[in-house]
Design a protein around this ligand. Structure first.
Ligand code: ZN
Length: 65
C-alpha cells in the first residue's frame, strides 16, 4: 500500500510476510510511533516501528464503525 496508512487500534492488518504460525493477519492493539499488534494465528504480541509495519502491510481491514 502506498502513502500513509491511517492505522487505528482494532484494525486487522494483513501482512505481506507470513508469521511462523502460518497467519498473515494481525490485530492492532495500540497505535502510535510504534504499533503493538497481536498475531491472530498464535496470539503472539509484538511492538514494531510504524514505518516497518507500513512497509509490510498488504491490506487493512477496519473492524470498528
Ligand atoms: Zn503467529
Amino acid at each position: 500500500m502506498a502513502g500513509i496508512i491511517p492505522y487505528e487500534s482494532g484494525d486487522i492488518v494483513e501482512m505481506k510476510k507470513k508469521h511462523p504460525c502460518g497467519s498473515y493477519k494481525w490485530e492492532l492493539l495500540k497505535v502510535g510511533a510504534d504499533i503493538k499488534m497481536r498475531c491472530l494465528g498464535c496470539n503472539h504480541e509484538v511492538i514494531l516501528k510504524r514505518s516497518l509495519v507500513q512497509k509490510n502491510t498488504k491490506k487493512v481491514k477496519k473492524t470498528c464503525n
